[in-house]
Design a protein around this ligand. Sequence first.
Ligand code: SIN
Length: 188
Amino acid sequence: MSANTIEHNRNRFSFEGIDAIWLFGYGSLIYKVDFPFLEKRPASITGWARRFWQGSHDHRGTPEAPGRVVTLVEQPDSVCKGMAYRVSPSVFEYLDVREKNGYLRFATRMTFDDGSHAEGLVYIATEDNEAFLGEMPEQDIARQIASASGPSGPNSEYLLRLAESLRILGDECPHTFLIEEHLTASDK
Ligand code: SIN
């Protein structure tokens, strides 16, 4: 599948008759909220783990020197915490462009902090997209992140802001925190 997913996403899901829908964010959508929303609630999804395995050629890197950003990989029993936003379907006209480098919208079931559930959407970059970089030791990922930068800013800022947001949400994400540890150790 080509890395540019705008058209794939537009043909994927009909919002006809829908006024508002929940969107689950687990990466930059937690801390970079540059879209309107009707309601916002901490939430989690089960069976998915956050990984810095997706290349960023358009936001936190360049085609010549891609950065690394998060996607979700299937992992039974794993719980990924994030932020859920109830949004108008028109918001996806903007978000499909922002998330165009390999991310597709998938239906998911999210659980809110009070134990209640909602069906909604989540952007996931699957391993068959052209921008997928895949698994690498956390120390090497930290090195790549330290040297990458793109139109949205340094890749390190993406990592550090995400790690800070996960601490606030109370998400134990050893993968993210280990990369953060390597990155900050390499600064000293
Ligand atoms: C998300 O935040 O939910 C998608 C991945 C990203 O934009 O970092």
